[in-house]
Design a protein around this ligand. Structure first.
Ligand code: SF4
Length: 353
């Protein structure tokens, strides 16, 4: 039975590699196998769609072309390059790891799995992807895409979040790795992104359909089985877009936690009416002259939802504990998470009127 299963899975290797050779998308991080390039792309692609990453990747590499440039980059500039991509801890960890590469590896990206895995922000999958793609090593590289494909290929109805299932898929895959494990892993990723997609797998176009037990059993759309997700926590907040002449008020979030150390619009928890919003502005030592408008926006993070009311208030002059910046300075130098972007866009529209 075990041998039969291995043969069934081994049958995917040749057609998958042939399909990948003809259909791989021309993505900017596939131009070479330079570890710095693969590493940056793998970190950016965590929780983020390929199309969203493309532009960021090109801009990031143009600004920070190598590990040394990343290690030496001032934090504000780094955050600005990452602005809008979300999960900002990824950028901080990238820089932390770059500093480690400079100090502990003489500026040369390590080649062995254990040293790569020890760098900040690099987990099992990312270390495996870098070691296999850049250095051809047969390391594990099982991410959500691969778990989904494996559940369907093997018609596995166990919860794929279980460590034992993850380990079993990893072992089964490593048993069939061809000599160029990196290309095989990239081919699996591509299959997951373009053909064996989460909601509607395109089995009629799939190069490994003939070896897919899920397809044979017509269970492919019911797979993979996952643990039920916990509902997101809802936080109600009131945000203030405070305008003084041409400037608006920003403050820094505390380090650590959600959006730790990032700039934000001043905010308080709970929903405040317009009158309460004006009162809050006075409490901050400001002199409000007009409540211009009230906006609403919900921003969804992985585990939390912010339900925000935003009061746009004109104040007579810059005061209080805030940092006051012009829209130009904000655009050039201050990284503001995308949760606040709809309010900023509304501000820009108002400012033009
Ligand atoms: Fe996925 Fe369908 Fe291909 Fe099976 S046949 S691997 S379910 S796309």
């Amino acid at each position: 039975m075990e041998k039969q299963r291995k043969n069934q899975l081994a049958a995917i290797v040749t057609p998958l590699l042939a399909w990948y050779g003809q259909n791989a998308r021309a993505l900017p991080w596939r131009r070479d196998r330079e570890p710095y390039h693969v590493w940056v792309s793998e970190i950016m692609l965590q929780q983020t769609r390929v199309e969203a990453v493309r532009g960021y990747y090109e801009r990031f590499l143009a600004a920070l072309p190598d590990v040394r440039a990343l290690a030496d980059c001032p934090e504000e500039r780094l955050m600005k390059l990452w602005e809008g991509l979300g999960y900002y801890r990824r950028a901080r960890n990238l820089q932390k790891a770059a500093k480690t590469v400079m100090t502990e590896h003489g500026g040369v990206f390590p080649t062995d799995y254990a040293s790569i895995r020890a760098l900040a922000g690099i987990g099992d999958y990312t270390a495996g992807a870098i070691a296999s793609i850049c250095f051809g090593q047969p390391t594990p590289a099982v991410d959500g895409n691969v778990l989904r494909i494996m559940a369907r290929l093997t018609n596995c109805h166990q919860q794929i979040d279980a460590p034992a299932v993850h380990r079993s898929f990893d072992e089964q895959l490593r048993a069939i790795y061809p000599p160029d494990a990196g290309t095989f892993i990239q081919a699996l990723m591509e299959l997951g992104a373009c053909v064996c997609t989460p909601q509607s797998p395109k089995c009629a176009l799939c190069p490994v359909c003939g070896a897919c037990l899920g397809y044979d059993a017509n269970t492919q759309t019911a797979l993979p089985v996952r643990k039920a997700k916990k509902a997101r926590r809802v936080e109600v907040r009131t945000v203030f877009l405070l305008r003084a002449n041409e400037s608006l008020a920003l403050q820094k979030r505390p380090d650590g936690g959600l959006l730790g150390g990032m700039w934000e619009l001043p905010a308080v928890s709970g929903e405040r009416t317009a009158e309460e919003g004006l009162e809050q502005a006075r409490r901050w030592g400001l002199d409000p002259v007009e409540m211009e408008k009230t906006l609403h926006h919900t921003h969804v993070f992985t585990h939390i939802e912010w339900h925000m009311t935003c009061h746009v208030i004109a104040v007579s002059h810059e005061a209080g504990v805030f940092t006051w910046v012009t829209p130009e300075a904000l655009g050039a130098s201050y990284a503001l998470p995308s949760a606040f972007r709809p309010f900023l866009d509304a501000y820009a529209l108002t400012a033009k009127q």
